[in-house]
Design a protein around this ligand. Structure first.
Ligand code: SF4
Length: 346
């Protein structure tokens, strides 16, 4: 029987061997999941995709256990939803939550968690640093934060010295990488009930798709453009860029030319690319200005459906158009008609 503290630990870090033990001991089948586990798994997925998941559970053993059991179910649900940007969001929100928890953790627990990730650390003599590790091991992790880059770290003789905060950041990044790499999990033989849950959740999240896109890119904030009316291909690429997914070259070309064609200013397109993991302001400016036909060049046209399909970004057999721009114009006209048909407010 696990103690309350152990359950709290397993809930905070559901990737640990302790959490796996809780799941194993519960011995639940996917066919007979308790409703409370399903509810928490749904909340976990929806919360993580919206970027908000930080349950505050103090001392209820049964709620803590439910939360630990919900984690692998949430991974199955998100895998059934089958969207790369959702995997990214799921892993990112969890790793941000871990980081907050790690900062408040006891030193010994922090070091135990490092061992869970096979981090070969040692303790430095200097009190200014919390731990040090071989530079080679540190380089296996990629960081988007500038302060974690090598140029901002103390390095001596092939060893990197980390403060407590940076060590916690390293562990949360490892948790992110490990969780992302584990998605999608295999969904072979998953019961129909879970598939239906994932489908319903996907529909719900798609409705809210652009409400969690961030203040700079929320619906309506782009003036003349309305992302909620984008064709599925462009909606996916747009959402992926906002989520920090490493969108391939042709995807970037397709969405950038589409946005420029519907009237988004080049600067706003450049701002969108700030979310890309390999963002480089100079390169982005050069490329977007080129696509926009600035600096004396010719403006590039967005690709038609045939090309978007060939690039691998069309998720549907057809949506009744031959060009994503036609889809968007059609939806804009329809929305305008519906707005006109609405009775005026009294
Ligand atoms: S059919 Fe065309 S507009 Fe529709 S999703 Fe595919 S590429 Fe986009």
């Amino acid at each position: 029987m696990l103690s309350l503290q152990e359950l709290q630990f397993a809930q905070r870090y559901p990737f640990t061997s302790l959490a796996r033990r809780v799941v194993k001991e519960a011995n639940l089948g996917l066919e007979d999941l308790p409703e409370e586990v399903m509810v928490r798994a749904r909340e976990m997925v929806a919360g993580c995709i919206k970027g908000k998941y930080a349950p505050s559970i103090r001392d209820s053993q049964s709620i803590l256990r439910t939360e630990v059991l919900a984690f692998p179910v949430a991974k199955i649900l998100v895998s059934l939803m089958n969207r790369q940007e959702f995997y990214q969001r799921f892993a990112k929100t969890f790793s941000d939550t871990y980081f907050s928890a790690l900062k408040a953790e006891r030193d010994e627990a922090l070091l135990d968690l490092a061992s869970e990730f096979n981090v070969k650390y040692s303790l430095p003599e200097s009190k200014a640093f919390f731990a040090c590790l071989a530079l080679f091991d540190y380089l296996k992790t990629t960081f988007s934060e500038d302060f974690m880059k090598l140029s901002n770290q103390r390095i001596a003789k092939g060893v990197i010295y980390l403060t407590r905060n940076d060590f916690a950041r390293l562990l949360s990044r490892l948790a992110f990488t490990q969780l992302l790499a584990s998605l999608p999990v295999s969904v072979d033989g998953v019961p129909a009930k879970l598939k239906a849950e994932a489908k319903a959740l996907l529909a719900q999240l798609d409705t809210a798709r652009f409400k969690f896109a961030g203040p700079e890119f929320g619906a309506g904030s782009l003036g003349t453009i309305n992302p909620s009316l984008f064709p599925p291909c462009m909606a996916n690429l747009y959402s992926q860029l906002l989520s920090g997914v490493d969108v391939p070259h042709f995807g970037r070309f397709d969405i950038a030319t589409f946005l420029l064609a519907i009237g988004l200013p080049a600067q706003a397109v450049m701002d969108l690319f700030k979310h890309a993991p390999d963002y480089d302001e100079r390169v982005t400016r050069y490329q977007v200005e080129r696509l926009a036909g600035q600096k004396g060049g010719t403006k590039y046209s967005p690709p038609n459906c045939e090309k978007v399909k060939a690039h691998g970004f069309c998720p549907l057999p057809s949506c009744g158009v031959k060009h994503p721009l036609t889809y968007y114009k059609r939806e804009m006209l329809q929305a305008a008609r519906e707005a006109k048909a609405k009775p005026p407010k009294p």
